[in-house]
Write a protein that binds this ligand. Structure first.
Ligand code: DHB
Ligand code: FE
Length: 282
């Protein structure tokens, strides 16, 4: 067992909660009418479930204990990003013409070290896994190159752990902000990520075990791609042949986001090309 596997749900949950608070990427501008409508509908939906399913006091108290534990374990970011965010993303990006987006998840960090393409993401000297060359071009919806494009990329390592959220990993490991060339082209050398299991020792893991579900997300690259005058897209890319592509616990896979890397001619791992298409600013 390496030091990385000693991470706990409480540690990664606390990290994700702190990260969310720091980013403050929301405003409190929701009107009273909207709060009343949304909160009212959610409460009504829960009451309808209780009545339909004839929920007992034992079940109600189990729910109460579990909700308290989600908070104690710092797992609200994890719970929401796994089971709810995909619908929010669907609404937010419904009118896009360009590349598909998907959920951000709890492990994004802004201001990762900037590098100019072609470049290799920060990694350990002995970083485990298979090298992956990820390359492509950023264009607008008319197919024109977008100079000044940047590709923020972050992903788990070969054991499924994210730097800054698991112990024993160097800061910024497998995270970077890549500046594309004048034609929007980028080449990023990294390591193939592994399938990721959401923390199983906290409240979310308890729910998964009690329900007989599984905790897996398919291996994925996280990306935020932007260019001047264009809408930023937050997305993920997956890998063909990964068994969890078909049953992602976070419901975040879309067919357009599945890559099929090929073995490199020089034998140095695999390579894949994916082009990003950005919508104009609204
Ligand atoms: C979670 C982790 C991820 O890496 C991700 O992309 C989405 C959700 C989670 O643990 O909740
Ligand atoms: Fe992830």
């Amino acid at each position: 067992m390496t030091v990385e596997t000693q991470g706990t749900a409480a540690a990664s949950g606390a990290g994700a909660t702190a990260r969310f608070r720091e980013n403050k990427h929301f405003s409190a501008a929701t009107s009273q009418e909207r709060v009343s409508r949304l909160a009212g509908r959610v409460i009504k939906a829960i009451n309808a479930t209780v009545l339909d399913e004839e929920v007992s006091y034992d079940e109600y108290n189990a729910l109460k204990a579990w909700l308290i534990k989600v908070g104690e374990d710092g797992e609200w970011p994890l719970f929401l990003d796994v089971w709810i965010e995909h619908s929010v993303e669907e609404v937010a990006n419904a009118s896009r013409q360009g590349s598909k987006g998907t959920i951000e998840g709890p492990y994004y960090l802004p201001d990762s070290p900037q590098q100019h393409s072609p470049a290799t993401l920060p990694m350990r000297d002995n970083e485990p896994g298979t090298p992956l060359l990820f390359q492509g071009q950023v264009t607008n919806v008319a197919g024109q190159a977008l100079p000044g494009a940047t590709i923020e990329i972050w992903h788990a390592d070969d054991l499924g752990f994210y730097s800054q959220f698991a112990p024993g990993l160097p800061e910024w490991n497998l995270r970077g902000t890549m500046v594309a060339d004048q034609e929007g082209n980028f080449q990023i050398n990294t390591m193939q990520p592994a399938p990721y299991q959401i923390p199983t020792d906290g409240a979310c893991g308890q729910l998964i075990a009690a329900a007989g579900w599984h905790a897996w997300r398919p291996a994925h690259l996280h990306l935020k791609v932007s260019a001047p005058g264009h809408q930023l897209i937050t997305t993920q890319l997956y890998f063909e042949g990964d068994e969890h592509v078909a049953d992602d616990i976070a419901s975040a896979v879309k067919p357009e986001l599945v890559l099929a890397p090929a073995n490199r001619a020089d034998g140095a791992g695999s390579e894949v090309t994916y082009n990003f298409i950005l919508d104009p600013e609204e």
